[in-house]
Design a protein around this ligand. Structure first.
Ligand SMILES: NC(=O)c1ccc[n+]([C@@H]2O[C@H](COP(=O)([O-])OP(=O)(O)OC[C@H]3O[C@@H](n4cnc5c(N)ncnc54)[C@H](O)[C@@H]3O)[C@@H](O)[C@H]2O)c1
Length: 257
């Protein structure tokens, strides 16, 4: 398929569950990929997988909280591929699981640094390039934690509400420059993030945690990374030209209740 033929896409958190599956999906659609992660081993593994699918790809090691490293992944991508058509601004962490009064201050700052500052820096430096081009599609990863509250996740919920807010602001600012900025809000998707949360919540029996989650979801199942990758890819293509500034839930109706 060729829905993204010769389009250049940057994906942050490309070594993780959603980043990797989206890289695979975009590779299948003909995109050239700039894969960013601070975990070199998992990022390089994603590069290998998409190259085996025939995609042209580079891996750039970067911590999204570090401005120089963000500017670096933007400039390396420009130097290698000449432009940036798609930006999946996706790296994120879930942080600790604790009620607000017991939430560690340093952990709060860390979650905000990755999930808010990291997303902001990515927007700042990618938008600069897309504005010069007069085109582009950005997809930020928020969460159902950006739509409603969840006990024991105060930093995460704050950070994902912030991602939704930054998405709306950027869409208002850059729509006139031919750039679309949307956010996706996934419910629980079975990646390392949810696997870790299950271990933290119920170390003796993580399956009980998955079953508990599934029972909260009208569709009665956790989401699959490929389901999210399909949505991100749709938002990346020019099949969604009038979707801009939207926060799109993909959660089996979990937040419809
Ligand atoms: N899995 C879910 O249920 C779920 C639900 C809603 C939202 N999300 C969001 O989706 C995004 C991707 O999560 P995932 O489920 O693929 O998790 P994951 O843990 O599998 O992947 C996250 C990736 O981000 C990378 N990363 C973390 N901090 C970084 C940093 N400072 N600099 C560069 N890379 C960094 C990690 O190395 C990892 O490869 C996150 O923003 C997460 O909050 C996930």
């Amino acid at each position: 398929m060729t829905r993204l033929k010769d389009k250049v896409a940057i994906i942050t958190g490309a070594g993780g569950g959603l980043g990797r599956q989206t890289a695979i999906r975009m590779a299948e659609e003909g995109a050239k990929l700039s894969l960013v992660d601070f975990n070199e081993a998992s990022g390089r593994e994603t590069k290998k997988i998409v190259e085996e699918l025939g995609a042209e790809a580079i891996f750039i090691k970067a911590d999204v909280t570090n401005s120089e490293e963000v500017q670096n992944y933007v400039s390396i991508t420009k130097d290698k591929f000449g432009r940036i058509d798609v930006f999946y601004n996706n790296a994120g962490i879930e942080g600790m699981v604790a009620p607000t009064a017991e939430y560690d201050e340093a952990e709060f700052d860390k979650v905000i640094a990755v999930n808010v500052r990291g997303v902001f820096l990515g927007l700042k430096y990618v938008l600069e390039e897309m504005k010069k081009q007069g085109s582009g599609s950005i997809i930020n990863t928020s969460s159902i934690g950006g739509l409603v509250g969840h006990e024991n996740f105060s930093a995460y919920v704050a950070s994902k509400h912030a991602v939704a807010g930054m998405t709306k602001v950027a869409a208002i600012e850059y729509g006139k420059h031919g750039i679309r900025i949307n956010a996706i809000s996934p419910g629980p998707i079975k990646t390392d993030m949810v696997i870790n949360a299950a271990r933290k919540n119920n170390p003796d029996n993580p399956q009980e945690y998955y079953d508990m989650l599934a029972n909260l979801i009208p569709s009665r199942k956790l989401g699959e990374p490929n389901e999210v990758a399909n949505l991100v890819t749709f938002l990346a293509t020019n099949e969604s030209p009038y979707i801009n500034g939207s926060i799109i839930a993909i959660d089996g109706a979990m937040t419809a209740i």
